[in-house]
Design a binder for this molecule. Structure first.
Ligand code: PRP
Ligand code: URA
Length: 213
């Protein structure tokens, strides 16, 4: 719970904090950065997936028949916000290999910092699935707010947003625009700078994952 809001979780596991520090360091190269984002996706996923529901099934062990729980319902959907959100997908798929994967393409205008949509493909029926939206950075919150609106416009209802680093501005904007969405952040940073980059942050997540720029 964060500031009395039960929908917001700032994950504080020591392993996660250690890996986020490695991620922030400007010396961390593309290969290591990618691996860290994947590992963080898995560690955060372990926490976020606590909300998965269970159903009991009858099974037989080598000893006797028994009733034991398995994950209930339709396979969950992982929806990365392109590009940087892609980096967290493999970590989540390691936890739930049968999940479906959708994609939302948004880029932030360098001057206005407003998000622009260029792609959307979601698994059907989206309305019956638990949806995990991934993006390492929640800065102004514009991209997350628009991506989640798009998912809701397609019928998605049960939505969790996962980011590695959040700015207070983005967290506030997202939780106000979508109060029904669960938010998991690996760390809450200090503020945004004049270019709407997170401070201290880690720089441009997409560029660091894909080795561009
Ligand atoms: C980055 C990041 C988020 C967005 C966050 O993506 O991955 O999607 O900015 O900023 P916001 O909260 O102010 O909207 P970017 O638009 O740079 O695209 P990329 O992932 O393709 O690099
Ligand atoms: N997008 C990023 O990749 N980093 C920031 O700090 C803000 C937006």
């Amino acid at each position: 719970m964060y500031n009395g809001n039960e929908r917001i979780t700032i994950c504080n596991h020591p392993l996660l904090q250690h890996k986020i520090t490695m991620l922030r360091m400007k010396e961390t190269g593309t290969n290591e950065f990618r691996k860290l984002v994947e590992e963080i996706g898995m560690l955060m996923g372990y926490e976020a997936l606590q909300s998965l529901e269970l159903t009991n099934v009858e099974i037989e062990t080598p000893i006797c028949k028994t009733v034991s729980p398995i994950i209930a319902g339709k396979k969950p959907a992982i929806v990365p916000i392109l590009r940087a959100g892609l980096g967290m997908v493999s970590g989540l798929l390691a936890l739930m290999p049968t999940a479906k994967v959708g994609h939302i393409g948004l880029y932030r205008d360098e001057v206005t910092h407003e998000p622009h949509e260029y792609y959307c493909k979601l698994p059907n029926p989206i309305e019956l699935r638990k949806i995990f939206v991934t993006d390492p950075m929640l800065a102004t919150g514009g991209s997350a707010v628009d991506a989640i609106k798009l998912i809701k416009d397609h019928g998605g209802r049960d939505i969790t947003f996962m980011c590695i680093i959040a700015a207070p501005e983005g967290l506030e904007k997202l939780s106000k625009a979508h109060p029904d969405v669960n938010i998991y952040a690996g760390h809450l940073d200090d503020h945004l700078n004049e270019n709407a980059y997170i401070v201290p942050g880690l720089g441009d997540a997409g560029d660091r994952i894909f080795g561009t720029k």
